[in-house]
Every structure is written in structure tokens, then in C-alpha cells.
Design a protein around this ligand. Structure first.
Ligand code: GDG
Length: 475
């Protein structure tokens, strides 16, 4: 890259923030995907003439770097074997289950680890080559845990941040990882390491104390680099959020409100619509949710005219065996429950194995009286925050797992332990029966907090910490 086009700020994430769109003439275009991360980072990236290093999402795509909405995108090519070993293997079949409290058994395979190292190195090299002298590199998530150290070795002049979107497990589980020291050392290449929850940061610090000879004090680790020089690393929680104003605005649009009314009508106007929106993932507690709802119908606490559960389960990681098995189990359970309880006019569970446009998701949030977020373990869970933002003054009840990071901020929810099926059943009934005044009181409190702590505030807090860390340690 010519020196003049080097960037002051480079984001490194597994995925580029764009979707590939093929128009009627067969021409390929790239549109920024409307995720919260892009929205939050777009203004900062634009101001810094920033770049984003990532994978376009399909194997063997070779692309030159290109510009979208004032951002330079630097696409990384992954071969079919890289996808199978680094992405589906080590990232999604080793780290993902291990870091989510081994809900599914993690598989430890040396060829996957070797591919993970190899691909992390290529991301690090691309980021190092794109960054201006003294610039900033912000690495995202569990697919790229080795990148901070690799970048530091290549570019000791740059400031490096890392944000971890998923949980960091307790030491007793983390210690299973055959490459536990290498991963900690990879992360400690950063100046600031951000986690979702206080507990995640605590687990990480505990793992460092048990595995590495570096002293820790409060939220600091003193790392001795290979050059013998001591360096301080800050480890802190930065709970991520959503673009609250954007969700509020969509929810107020007449077409979206009309669509919400239409959804209620299509479902036959049950007394209560319950909603679940998740990637089809074993961490999300979809089976536990179905079990609780099925038992409420069986016990005759509810009937299909009282309540319908709409479950959006968007397709995810479909080539990983644990996900194929989960899909079979969920579809079997939904079929059983519907077979027993459906009538010609009403369904117990409307199961939707699709992805929807964001407007349609917001219409569903508006149509739903009760939102069920029953994750067994979840870094944050943005769906919970989106529901709260979209509701405005319409009331509605959020039933939220205490094992989702969002539970730390959304205290007005009915908090549950999803392993306790009886407790979940009670919370669902309490949600359905909650007086409207109490619903709005709880919603308002959550909305106030959410408005203050939106995704822009999150990005600002992280970058502020990163820059003050550097000032403190260079003076
Ligand atoms: C990881 C962590 C952490 C889902 N289906 C559709 C759709 N979605 C959108 C939701 C939401 C996002 O996807 C999912 O975010 P979550 O936070 O709920 O969960 P993960 O995908 O597991 O995300 C998580 C997050 O990273 C951020 O740090 O919170 O803990 O696991 O925005 O609305 N969007 C559309 N159609 C769908 O069918 N348009």
C-alpha cells in the first residue's frame, strides 16, 4: 500500500462489514451490512480515513481492496480448507463451545490450531501493512486472538486494542485448551483488552495468573515482552450495545407498525404473542424455551388461543456437526408440540428457519407481548436490547437469562435461570399476566439506561481507554 493511503485506524475482524449483492445484470456490488458494529464505527473510521481488514464470507474470493461509504475494505482470501479448519474447526468447534461453558463438547485438533495460527498471521500482516506510523489497530473477537501479539511483533509503534464479543470462561474450563498459554500470550499483545462483563475480565485475569509469570494488579497486567521491556496491559469490561436511535426510528415508521398489526392478525390474534429471535445456536437455550412452553400447554396453564410462540431461528454454521444435530432436535420438538396442540385456526409454535430484513425483525418486536431470551451462556445478546429499544411506550415484557451479558444492564427484565424449567414457566406466566402499568415502568427504566449506553458510547469508551492508556504509558 502506498504510504499516503495508510490508515490511522484499522479494524480487524473475521468478517468484512459488507454483503455481496448481485444485481439483475449479474454485476456484483457490496453494501455495508446494517450491523451495530459498523454503525458505531463508521463515523470514527471515516474521520480517521480508516480501514477494515476482514473476510468477505465465502471461500476462495480474491478481491483487491475497495472503498465503501468512506471506508477502505481490505478483503482477506480464505481457501475452502482455511474455512473448514480455521473458521468452522478451531473458531467454531473448539473456542466457541469451550468459551460458552462447554454446552457442547469442544474438539481439540492440532491441524485446526495450525490453520488458526496461519490465518491469524495473515490477518496480522494485512493490518500491519495498512496502518500509518503510530496508528491504532482494533482487533475483534475470538477468531483472531493471536493477532494482537503478531501485530505487536511486526509493528511495535502502533497502539493495539482487542475486544472479545463472547464470554471468557472460568479457569477450570479454560485450562482444558491445549494451547492455553499461546492464546493468553496472543491477547496480551494488546494495550487494552475489552470484555463484555466484569466476570469475563476476571476470568481472563485469573487464567493469566495461573498460566503466565506476569504480575496483575486490579485491571492491569505487567507483561515482559521478548525484548525484556515491561509493558502494561489494561483488562476491563466494555458492555457492547446497539444503535438505539435507529431502532426507535424504525419502530415508529407507519409501514413497520402496520406490518406488526398484520403479523398479529396472521397469527389469529392470540391473547399473547411470545417471541424468540436467535441464530440457531446451542448457546441460545432454544430447546429449554420450547420445553417450558410445551409444558405450559400440557399443564393447561396456556392454550393455543391464549398464546403463540414465534421462534425465528436464523440459519448459522450449518456445516458444523453440533449445529446439524441441534437443528434436528429443535425441529423434532416443534413438530411434536404443534402436532399435539395445534388447531386448524391456531398454532402453538410458529417456527421460522429464515433470516429476515431488519424492518421485519422490528415489526416482530412490535408485535410481541413477551420476548424470550433464554441463553445458557451469551456474551451480551443484542436481541434483548433491540426489543427494549423498539418497544417505545408500548409496554411488553422481556424474560432474560441471567447468563446473558445483557442481564447486567437490563434489570427491568424478568431474570431467569434457563436450566430451571419450572422457574422459566413461572416467569413466562408472570410476563403474560403483568399489568400494563408495570410493563411500561420496567420498559422505561431499561430504555433510559439503554439510551445513555448505546453503541456509539461503547465505541467511544473503548477508544478513549486505548488512547489514555497510551498517553499514560508514553509520558
Ligand atoms: C455475538 C455474541 C454479542 C438475528 N437473526 C436475524 C437478525 N439477527 C440479528 C439480531 C442481532 C444479531 O443478529 C445477533 O446478535 P446477538 O448479540 O443476539 O448474538 P450473536 O450473533 O451470537 O453475537 C453476543 C454479540 O456478538 C455482539 O458483541 O452480543 O453475545 O454471541 O442484532 O437482530 N437480523 C436480521 N435478520 C435475522 O433473521 N436482519
Amino acid at each position: 500500500m502506498p504510504k499516503s493511503s495508510l490508515s490511522e485506524l484499522v479494524i480487524v475482524a473475521n468478517r468484512l462489514p459488507v454483503d455481496r449483492v448481485v444485481d439483475a445484470d449479474g454485476e456484483v456490488h457490496w453494501h455495508t451490512s446494517p450491523g451495530g458494529l459498523v454503525t458505531a464505527l463508521e463515523p470514527v473510521i471515516r474521520a480517521a480515513k480508516g480501514a477494515w481488514v476482514g473476510w468477505p464470507g465465502a471461500a476462495d474470493i480474491e478481491l483487491e481492496q475497495f472503498e465503501v461509504d468512506g471506508m477502505t475494505l481490505i478483503p482477506m482470501t480464505l481457501s475452502a480448507s482455511d474455512v473448514a479448519l480455521y473458521y468452522e474447526g478451531f473458531s467454531n468447534d473448539t473456542i466457541w463451545p469451550l468459551y460458552h461453558d462447554v454446552i457442547a463438547p469442544p474438539r481439540y485438533r492440532r491441524v485446526w490450531w495450525e490453520a488458526y495460527e496461519r490465518v491469524n498471521r495473515r490477518f496480522a500482516e494485512a493490518a500491519a501493512a495498512a496502518t500509518a506510523p503510530g496508528g491504532t489497530i482494533w482487533v475483534h473477537d475470538y477468531q483472531l486472538q493471536l493477532v494482537p501479539r503478531m501485530v505487536r511483533n511486526l509493528r511495535p509503534d502502533v497502539t493495539i486494542g482487542y475486544f472479545h464479543h463472547i464470554p471468557f470462561p472460568a479457569y477450570g474450563l479454560y485450562s482444558q485448551l491445549p494451547w492455553r498459554r499461546q492464546v493468553l500470550d496472543g491477547l496480551l499483545g494488546a494495550d487494552v483488552i475489552g470484555f463484555q462483563r466484569v466476570a469475563d475480565a476476571g476470568n481472563f485475569l485469573q487464567a493469566v495468573r495461573r498460566q503466565l509469570p506476569y504480575p496483575t494488579h486490579k485491571s492491569r497486567v505487567t507483561v515482559t515482552d521478548t525484548n525484556g521491556i515491561d509493558r502494561s496491559v489494561t483488562v476491563k469490561p466494555f458492555p457492547i450495545s446497539i444503535d438505539v436511535a435507529e431502532y426507535q426510528a424504525i419502530a415508529k415508521r407507519p409501514d413497520v407498525m402496520a406490518r406488526a398489526a398484520e403479523i398479529r392478525e396472521e397469527l389469529g390474534h392470540p391473547r399473547a404473542i411470545l417471541l424468540g429471535v436467535d441464530r440457531l445456536d446451542y448457546t441460545k437455550g432454544i430447546r429449554h424455551r420450547l420445553k417450558a412452553f410445551g409444558e405450559l400447554l400440557e399443564d393447561e396453564d396456556l392454550s393455543v388461543t391464549d398464546a403463540t410462540l414465534v421462534q425465528v431461528a436464523s440459519p448459522s454454521r450449518e456445516r458444523v456437526a453440533a449445529y446439524m444435530q441441534l437443528r434436528d432436535e429443535i425441529e423434532l420438538t416443534v413438530g411434536r408440540i404443534n402436532g399435539i396442540f395445534d388447531t386448524t385456526g391456531h398454532t402453538a409454535i410458529r417456527y421460522l428457519h429464515h433470516s429476515y430484513p431488519r424492518d421485519e425483525m422490528v415489526a416482530m418486536y412490535l408485535a410481541a407481548d413477551v420476548m424470550l431470551v433464554t441463553a445458557l451462556r451469551d456474551g451480551m445478546n443484542l436481541v434483548a436490547k433491540e426489543y427494549v429499544a423498539a418497544r417505545g411506550s408500548n409496554g411488553g415484557v422481556l424474560v432474560l437469562s441471567e447468563f446473558a451479558g445483557a442481564a447486567d444492564q437490563l434489570q427491568g427484565a424478568l431474570l431467569i435461570n434457563p436450566h430451571d424449567i419450572d422457574g422459566m414457566k413461572e416467569a413466562i406466566m408472570a410476563a403474560i399476566d403483568m399489568p400494563h402499568a408495570e410493563q411500561t415502568r420496567r420498559m422505561r427504566a431499561m430504555q433510559r439506561r439503554l439510551k445513555r449506553d448505546d453503541v456509539a458510547a461503547w465505541a467511544e469508551a473503548f477508544l478513549h481507554e486505548l488512547h489514555s492508556h497510551v498517553r499514560e504509558h508514553n509520558e
